[in-house]
Design a protein around this ligand. Sequence first.
Ligand code: 0RQ
Length: 501
Amino acid sequence: VEERLRASALSNKVMSAQDAAKLVKDGMTLGLSGFTRAGDAKAIPLALVDRANAGEKFKVNVFTGASLGSDIDAKMSDAGIVNKRLPFQLDRTMRGHINKQDMYFVDQHLSVTAEYLRQNAIDPIDIAVVEAVAITEDGQLIPTTSVGNSPIYVQYAKQVIIELNLASYEALEGIHDIYVPEEQGKRGAIPLMNASDRIGTIGIPLDFDKVAAIVLTDQVDTPTTMAAIDDETQQIADNIIDFLRNEVKEGRLTDTLAPLQSGVGSVANAVLGGMVNSEFKDLEVYSEVLQDSVFDLIDAGKVKFASGCATSLTADKLDTVFGNLDKYKDKLCLRPQEISNHPELVRRMGLIAMNTALEFDIYGNVNSTHVAGNKMMNGIGGSGDFARAARISIFITKSYAKEGKISSVVPFVSHVDHNEHDVDVLVTEQGLADLRGLAPRQRAELIIEKCVHPDYKPALLAYVEEANTRGGQTPHVLEKAFSFHTNLSKYGQMIAPEDEK
Ligand code: 0RQ
């Protein structure tokens, strides 16, 4: 413990999770560490669940970096102790509670939570609960496998609880780069020019007077599960690689491309994975989440530096990466999410951003979050931070869902996360539509030609034809704009059965 808790002034703060959890009172707002199941506070949330299960009635607001592991979101929402959750979740059980209106969920761009706290525009943080590898002699908290929003939560919280995880990898010390911008109005440019730049400290500065408790833990992160790459996912990856190859051929990019950002999930992982055998080289990753494929690319000598705010690794990869951290140390950096996702930096470095859609429409608006217009899936995550500011903003999805009953391309999206102005390229397994410089009517033609599943082409072509008879810059038949969705709720499929037409 002394090797991990090196700030001796804090050694009298060590206590059990149960005792530390007593500091949490009804109505408080908690700022928890944790991003894509990495580096999450584990002991305190679970101790709160135990309190609720023992019959105590209370509710708290739960702010995090992004998704949590250890079923914490499921257990906290099942226990009925979450009043409001932000800015992202990725849990089937919690999603159910959100959609049953048992709790509030604020779906927020991941880079902006820190700014709102600075502006005092959202509930102030009562207690920050942050997982740490170590606390240094000079009082820096060394985060574990994610940084997320922990620096801003620690800075603005009234009290701080530290979960010192004795099972976390000590070699993580030195991986992080903690830089927290000044208030808006007093701030200069963020001095980061390249993905590999280090502009901050290795840890989060602690105000010892605010440290209310240190809890010793030894629970490891929950590994990420990754759907296997199927033919269609592979085809989407191939389509993007062909597109990038053409960008090089046309002289718009070189074979080092531009810093890459990719969302989470199997498609995103497959796209990066596909670069292992490509001619691209000396790549940089400037992303939010670093999935398995980033480390495969480093192993293959293709990626020279990877910057993110969290890792998101499968069980196999967790050990190979963190067990051999020395191999990756000079090629890896974890930053606060407001820096990994900062639009100022995304625009400056000219990122190629690849994010995921549930559905998109014939003009290029993208819905990444809501199933059939009203039910929350996961959340916008960082996709919006990157999409608007990126050099090339790419959105990907399979062309259909639910055994073909749903088309991922619709006349009008049932919810808008990324509007047509923020979307450059759309990709499905059918093909890729490069929308740059195209007017809405040209976009519709290309999207239907390249991205739509053949089963849905006739219906979408008929829609466009009828819409065009009405004229306008972005032609629509408003009374039929949601016909795919209303058919889905009426017939269980987006095209009405023959006898109902
Ligand atoms: O349903 O779970 O019941 O099988 O949605 O779809 O194809 O498995 O793809 O897991 O990558 O998820 C957009 C949700 C895609 C995700 C989304 C159904 C489909 C399946 C999952 P089942 P797939 P994925 C980085 C940035 C936004 C956040 C983001 C996401 C399930 O990637 O949340 O980019 N992205 N964050 O059957 C109804 C449709 C559908 C549909 C698919 N049109 N209608 N259901 N499905 N299309 C992360 C962070 O910021 C932390």
